[in-house]
Each structure stands twice: as C-alpha cells, then as structure tokens.
Design a protein around this ligand. Structure first.
Ligand SMILES: O=C(NCC(=O)N1CCC[C@H]1C(=O)O)OCc1ccccc1
Length: 724
C-alpha cells in the first residue's frame, strides 16, 4: 500500500485515572462522546483512509460477486405450530431481512404474514423478538432499527394481518410471552429517560440499569401496563417472564449478568384474585414463590405437571443435568437425567406427551436422543451427521417435531420426525441447497491441539481437498473464548468462497472460556484466568504453522466482540505470529467497559476495574492498554504488528464503537504517527459501518459488503492469489 497518511488524533494528556493508586492515562477519552463533532470528524477521516486502502485490494470485486452468488439461495427456518397453523421464516436469497410466512397445516399454501423488508427502504429494520399467542390469533413482535438493541413491540391480528395500535417502547433484552387467554403478554423494559426529549436510538452509550418486567393488555396504552417485577436495590439485575406450557404459572428468571446463574421465582396465576386484571389498579408487583433465591447455578424450566417442575441445571453439574422438584416440597430435588461425564447437555424439550428430546455437545458435535420425561431413560438415538442442531421445534402435545441441522459443508437440513411411531426416523422435510457449492471439493478435519498448559484444544480445519501441507497456504483462524458460548459447525458462504478461490484454510479454535466442555471450560477462561483464552488461541496458531498449514505472514486471526478482545490481546502479545488481524466490535477498553450500556453484565467473565484484584488482571491484557512497539521489545529484529482492521458500527449499543475508535487511535499513534518513518508499514485501519449495530439484524447487502471488504483486505496483506 506504501506508507499510509494516518489522520492526526488529538491526544489529551490531561486525562489520567487513578485505579487503586495506579495511574492510567486515557488520552483518547474524548472519542467516547458519540455526539461530538470532533469524533464524527475522526470517523470520517478513518472511513476515507480505509476506503483508499480497500480500493487497492484487487479481490474485493470478485469476492463480492462470488459471495453474492453463493448467498443467493433460498433459506428457511424450522417451522413452529400455533393453533392449526405453521409459521417459519424464509429468505429467497438476497432479501435484506427474512420474511415471516404462515400456512394452514403443513400442506396449506404458504402466505406472507409479515415482511420486515417493507418497514424500511434500506432493510435496516429487523425483527428482534416474536411470539404468537396460543389460539394463533395474534402476533407480538419486536422491531429494531439500524441494529440497535432498542426494540419497539407491535401487535398484529393474524387473520386480517392488520397492525394494532399497541406500541411499546424503551424495550431491550426481552422475551415476549403470552398468557393463554391471549389477552396480553409479558415483556421486559427499561424506565423511559427522565428528561423526556432524549430519544435513545442506539448511538447513546448510557448505562442500562433498572430493568423491569411488565404485562401488556392488548388494546391498551403502555402506560396502563402492569409492573410485575423490578428490584431497585439491584439495578444491574435483568428480568424475563415466561408462561409455562399449561398456561398456569409465570416463571420469572432473574439474571445478575451474563453468567450461567439465575434466580427463579414462580407465580401461580390461577390463584390471583381477579387474575391479572385485578392488578390493573394496584400495579404489581405480582406475588412470587422464590423457588431459587440465590445466584449459585442456572435453572431453566423444561416442563411442569401441575406443581411438579423439571429443570435443566448446572447445579453441582458443570455439564448440566435434568432435575425435578414439587413446589409443595421445595427442598426435595431429584435427578431425572444425571450429568453425563463427558458430554454437555445443550437442550431438553418436552414432546409427544411425556417424552423429551435432549441434545448434547460431544467433542463439539451434536448428538440428540428421545427420552422418557418421567424417568429420563433413553428411548431412541436420533442419527445425525457431524454438525450442529440449531433448532428443535416441538410442543408437548405434538408427536411431530422439526429439527434444524447445519455443518461446515451442509448449508441446512430441516428434519421432520414422527415420535408417534415405534422407530422414529429422521425424514428430510426441507434441504437448503447452494448452487455452485460442491462439498466434494472440501475436507473437514478436527484436531486437538496441546495448549501452553498441555490442555487439548479442539479445532476444526476446513479447506480444499487438493491442498498439501507445505506451509504456503493462507489461513483464517477464528475464535471467541467466553461467556459459555460454543463455536459449533455451521455453514459460512464467505468462508467457503475463501477456501475455494483463495486456497485458504479456515479454522475454528474451541478455546477455553467457551461452553464446549461445560462450565469448567468456561471458568477456565474467565476472570483471573482470561489469559488462558489467549494462550489457547496462540497455541492453535502455532499448531497451524508447525503442522504445515501456513506461516505467520499467511495467517489471519479473526474474532468478534469478546472475540475482538481475543484478537486485540493476541496481536499485542505476539505481533510477529500473524500477518493479518480482523477484530469485529471488540471489547478493547477493559478498564471502562462496564460504564456503557449493558457492559456491566459482562463482569461475570471479565471482572471489574473497580475492584483492585480484578484491576490487576485486566490491566495486564486490556488491548487498549498494552499496545507497544514490538521492535523495542526485541531490538534488532524489525518486528511490526500485523495488518489490522478494526470493524465497528455507529449503532452498536452492545459493544459501543468507542472501544474500537480508542484502540484504532492508540495503535495508529504508538505504532505509526508518533515516529518518523516508523517500521510499522502494515496498515492499521478501521471499518466503521453506518446504520448498523452489533451484528444481528444486519441486512444481507451489508453483510456481503463487509465480508468482501475484510476478506479482500486479508487476501491483499497475506499475498493470497485468486483461483478461478
Ligand atoms: O450482553 C449480552 N450478551 C453478552 C454480549 O453481548 N457480550 C459479552 C462480551 C461482549 C459481547 C459479545 O461478546 O458479543 O446480552 C445482553 C444481556 C441480556 C440478558 C441478560 C444479560 C445481558
């Protein structure tokens, strides 16, 4: 690219914070003000710089075309039943947003119920939540604009597809759960801003606290909704209300953050004098039985038979198990399905009267079984390939279930399984096929890589069959490593294009911090052990080099959000190990993340710099605070950081853009602009998307544009050449 002209960014040396006696400068603090003209100016200059770099990435156009062509295939979600209708989402291929369809029974003619593409001219209005009442007369749905977490809930009458006047605001992080009389639904929200005129659009960074659970009566104003629960003493707590399958109980989940722990309260709505109506005057809170009143484990309701409740839990079971309790004897818990010593229980859904479909993760691959609800005993194993069960659609009163499956080389299969027969078989209900994709050209390997402490880290490696391991191939290594999230096999159009046309391997490292082996695996990469995630990821990179897949100059690491933190920390710690780094919406300022929007919910994995012990962990790996000139660490060796692209978006109110902007300014200053002819010739650029958020809900064309940009940048800096 030749030497880049980086925009000058004001460095305010006056901003120095004192953390437990330790002084920490924050010269780009001014980049935290999303409304400041100076920040908008900074963004504009960065966008121009990045555009000038991308123009020189020769494969940008071809990647865009290939990804668009491959993406242009019909896609369906697993159908679900309400009343005598089935509902599912469908995309013809390049529609900005998926469209909600319904049909009378499985044979009925499908018709469009709600098409979010009609709600904006650029596809930036998306669904965030959706719930259809028991008699399938009404649909409540949440809409979000430009990818923000803020949601507006609307209601539609299904028979004539008319949108009702109901409109609920100030909503984030909500489920929607109808009472079985279809008179209304439970949802979660935040208090409206005090001063009234401040409209939150997803650009503001103010902290989200004082979550509340409400009930909305159809056909009324939001101001008449019933306040069901809130807890002013614990402003960080989050609330979710779900009505049980029998319509009798309201289950209140209380989270103190993202950790796999929750309190669980129950309200027997059949005992409310005058039902929920009776609360319209008194305005809550509802009377709850506090079944679980401490944050020592996670409890998820699976089913109930009157007062007998079956839960999935990690209580004394880091790989999860199924337990049962009678509300009349809340101290007496029994194990229905004990913890499996190797595999992690992922889901349990009650079907066909008294059966459960359980799914487990076994060395990062899904296995599913049908069991007896009463005893937990195994009835059938349902055969599936190596891959991921991404959706199980079933109701207790149904014997027909739908199972969604995907894998690296399987775009998507929806199975239909009739559990009413003696030997249930997995019939293909719908298979997603991708024109131009020939799975026989590729191969998938799973390897187990020894990390720094000897722990075996699973890694998937996918690439063209016809490549030999001479270390010459471009390699894309992707990771996350946190919040109990597991990276399981899935079909990625853009990565298939990289493998096919750049001869690249793409690799998914299942590093610690994730949920691949249950809660122990998660804890092993959290809090004081967060460095383990980086060690695992670095070991995976070293394995790819030592075993001949690639070499440092051809190796790109990529991650998003907590995975962006992973990338930021790894290029700080081992700048010479990578040729390229792509960090999406990264958490880069580990000392201040909890001050913005929902960041406070992440202290379960990160800790918080307000505490001295936590600060001492965080300051050591925080990407923003550990950018150093590599050539000074190892004098004489002309080291530099890999070519780096930090990606963010203006309406990301999950991980606010200030993280990436401050990191970008710091890297460009420390490595580039603070020196005459700096050794850092690899570009350090930012890609800041407009009218987009953290990721979900992004319209198709924005997804494709971004993939073409970031991967053509990668191809250019790795010297990867195009294969027709
Ligand atoms: O914060 C998250 N999810 C975690 C998240 O988005 N994280 C966690 C770290 C950064 C970012 C990411 O990796 O996507 O979701 C909001 C929420 C809902 C309900 C209860 C608590 C919190």
């Amino acid at each position: 690219f030749g030497p880049l002209k980086y925009p000058k960014a004001r460095s305010d040396e006056s901003v120095v914070d004192d953390y437990h006696g330790f002084k920490v400068a924050d010269p780009y603090r001014w980049l935290e003000d999303c409304d400041a003209e100076e920040v908008k100016e900074f963004v504009k200059k960065q966008v121009a710089l990045t555009e000038s770099v991308l123009e020189k990435c020769e494969t940008r156009g071809k990647l865009h075309d290939k990804i668009t062509n491959l993406f242009d295939h019909p896609r369906y979600t697993v159908p679900f039943r309400r009343g005598n209708k089935y509902f599912y989402f469908h995309n013809t291929g390049l529609q900005a947003q998926n469209v909600l369809y319904m049909q009378d029974g499985l044979e009925g003619k499908p018709e469009v119920l709600l098409d979010p593409n009609t709600l904006s001219d650029d596809g930036t209005v998306s669904f965030k939540a959706l719930s259809i009442c028991e008699d399938a007369k009404c649909l409540a749905y949440g809409l979000s604009s430009s990818g923000s977490d803020w949601v507006t809930i609307k209601v539609m009458r299904i028979e004539n597809k008319t949108v009702e006047p109901d409109s609920l605001s100030w909503i984030k992080f909500t489920d929607i759960s109808w009472t079985h009389d279809s008179k209304g639904f439970f949802y979660s929200r935040y208090p409206a801003p005090k001063d009234g005129e401040n409209f939150y659009s997803g650009i503001q960074t103010n902290v989200n606290v004082n979550h509340e659970l409400y009930y909305h009566f159809l056909g009324t104003n939001q101001s008449e909704d019933i306040l069901c629960w809130r807890d002013p003493e614990n402003p960080k707590h989050m609330f979710s209300g779900k009505v049980t399958d029998d319509g009798k109980y309201l289950v209140l989940y209380i989270d103190e953050g993202c950790g796999p722990v929750n309190k669980l309260y129950l309200c027997d709505m059949s005992t409310l004098p005058g039902g929920l109506q009776g609360f319209r005057e008194r305005n809550g809170p509802l009377p709850f039985v506090k079944l679980i009143d401490k944050f020592d484990a996670q409890y998820i309701n699976v089913a109930n038979d009157d007062s007998w409740f079956t839960f999935m839990t990690n209580k004394d079971a880091p790989k999860y198990k199924l337990v049962r309790v009678d509300l009349k004897e809340p101290g007496k818990w029994i194990d229905v399905i004990p913890e499996n010593e190797k595999d992690v229980l992922q889901s349990a859904c009650v079907v066909n009267g008294n059966q459960i479909i359980t799914s487990y993760l076994s060395d990062v691959k899904y296995v599913i079984q049908v069991r007896d609800l009463e005893t937990g005993s195994m009835l059938h194993n349902l055969p599936i390939d190596i891959g991921t069960v991404y959706g199980i659609s079933a109701r207790r009163e149904d014997s027909i279930v739908f199972i969604g499956f995907t894998s690296f080389l399987t775009p998507g299969i929806i199975y239909q399984c009739n559990l009413g027969t003696k030997f249930p078989e997995m019939k293909i209900f719908r298979e997603i096929s991708v024109l131009g994709f020939d799975r026989s050209e590729f191969k998938v390997n799973q390897v187990f890589v020894p990390s720094k402490d000897g722990t075996k880290i699973p890694m998937f490696i996918i690439g063209r069959k016809d490549l030999n391991l001479d270390g010459s191939h471009p390699c894309l290594l992707y990771g996350y490593g946190g919040f109990n999230v597991s990276l399981t096999p899935s079909f990625s159009v853009s990565r298939i294009v990289l493998a096919r046309h750049l001869g690249a391997f793409f690799c998914i490292a299942n590093i610690r911090g994730g949920g691949e082996y249950g809660e122990e695996w998660h804890k092993a990469g959290a809090l004081s052990k967060k460095q383990t995630c980086f060690d695992d990821f670095i070991s995976a990179a070293e394995y790819l080099i030592s075993s001949g897949y690639t070499m440092p100059e051809k190796l790109c690491i990529e991650g998003g959000s907590n995975g962006g933190l992973l990338v930021g920390a790894c290029i700080n710690q081992r700048p010479e190990l990578f040729g390229c780094a792509l960090a999406h919406v990264g958490v880069m300022d580990m000392l201040r993340f909890h001050k913005f929007t929902i960041g406070h919910a992440w202290t379960c994995d990160f800790g918080c710099s307000d505490k001295e012990e936590d600060f001492n962990w965080l300051i050591k790996y925080s990407p923003l605070h550990n950018v150093r000139r590599p050539w000074e660490k190892l004098p004489g060796r002309m080291l530099q950081y890999p070519s780096t692209m930090l990606l963010t978006a203006d309406h990301d109110d999950r991980v606010v853009p200030l993280h990436s902007l401050k990191m970008l300014a710091t890297m460009q200053h420390v490595l580039c602009t603070s020196l005459e002819n700096s050794p850092q010739t690899n570009p350090i650029v930012g890609r800041i998307e407009c009218k987009a958020g953290h990721g979900c809900g992004r319209p198709t064309h924005k997804l494709i544009d971004e993939a073409a940009d970031r991967y053509s940048f990668m191809a250019k800096v790795l010297g990867a050449s195009w294969i027709e």
